[in-house]
Design a protein around this ligand. Structure first.
Ligand SMILES: [Zn+2]
Length: 305
């Protein structure tokens, strides 16, 4: 898709392009920003640009290298995601082994590690030396929501790039959606990845189905990532209800569930705050069954069944 198609991250892209133009490629990057904001997409474009046969400071999208990376079949590129919410030391060892070998066909070997904050302490510590001095022609890109849970020595060994939430206009350009969901975009607080990282319709349907709380006995989420974007949808819906109370019915999201009419604004704020607290703790390995128990009880208290 090339850098030009990444919207509203001009500052991040300018810095990345600068490294390509000057041919000063840092061995390790840290991409910092909220979930679903374009960090991984940008990381992939950067890795494509590094290996592109046609262009130096961007990806061409049409050469064999760009195409292979897009399809996820380039032998020199790896994308790592947490497994059951953890990146263990074994994964780091495998990465180190992978980058210790020369590139097979690319100019650069690259590893993108999503949610680097999921490295446990042993993994993070064992990775420090590699991050300080990765083999030549190797780029490691770590992404994280914030740097709070990363050890300082790890942060200081990386080249940091910050990602900002997008404007509503920018998101609209990116996602031509049915009008019905326009309000979902408006209330999504600048995180287009909520909509594009999986099939949007599937996601919305899953979310809406899961609001039939009476029918669902078990936690519907298969992992914490799913739980996280599910929460994002729920926050959008609650914010929408709050706006509805304050401003009346204009522009409101139409859902197949109905909130109780006698709900007070304070009730909604209170629920919002309580759910925010849970959301903040998802990374602390909350038990999803217990979370569902709590949320379904909360929802049943505010939804007409
Ligand atoms: Zn190319």
């Amino acid at each position: 898709m090339s850098f030009s198609k990444i919207i509203s991250q001009q500052k991040a892209i300018k810095m990345l392009k600068g490294t390509l133009v000057r041919n000063k490629i840092p061995g390790a990057f840290l991409f910092i920003g909220e979930p679903f904001i374009g960090k991984t997409t940008t990381a992939i474009e950067y890795v494509k640009a590094l290996n592109c046969y046609n262009t130096k400071d961007d990806s061409c999208d049409i050469c064999i290298s760009c195409k292979k990376i897009d399809k996820g079949i380039h032998p020199d590129i790896k994308i790592i995601m947490p497994d059951k919410d953890i990146i263990p030391i074994e994964t780091i060892r495998k990465i180190e082994e992978f980058i210790s070998l020369q590139p097979l066909e690319g100019k650069y070997k690259a590893v993108i590690i999503k949610n680097a904050e999921k490295m446990n302490r042993a993994a993070a510590n064992s990775f420090l030396k590699t991050l300080e001095e990765p083999p030549s022609n190797t780029v490691i890109i770590l992404t994280c929501e914030n740097t709070d849970s990363l050890p300082e020595p790890l942060i200081s060994r990386t080249f940091k790039i910050y990602f900002k939430p997008l404007s509503t206009e920018a998101i609209k350009k990116l996602i031509p959606l049915q009008e019905k969901y326009e309000e979902l975009i408006r209330l999504s607080m600048g995180r287009p990845g909520i909509f594009e990282s999986f099939d949007l319709v599937k996601k919305i349907n899953f979310f809406i189905d899961s609001l039939q709380v009476k029918k669902i006995k078990k936690s519907p989420w298969k992992d914490n990532e799913e739980l996280k974007w599910w929460f994002e949808f729920l926050f959008i819906v609650i914010r929408d209800q709050i706006c509805l109370k304050i401003r009346g019915a204009e522009n409101h999201i139409h859902l197949p569930i109905k909130f109780r009419e006698n709900l007070l604004l304070e009730d909604l704020f209170e629920i919002y705050d309580r759910l925010q607290e849970i959301r903040k703790n998802i990374d602390l390995n909350l038990n999803r069954a217990i979370v569902w128990n709590y949320i379904s009880k909360t929802l049943r208290s505010v939804i007409n069944e």
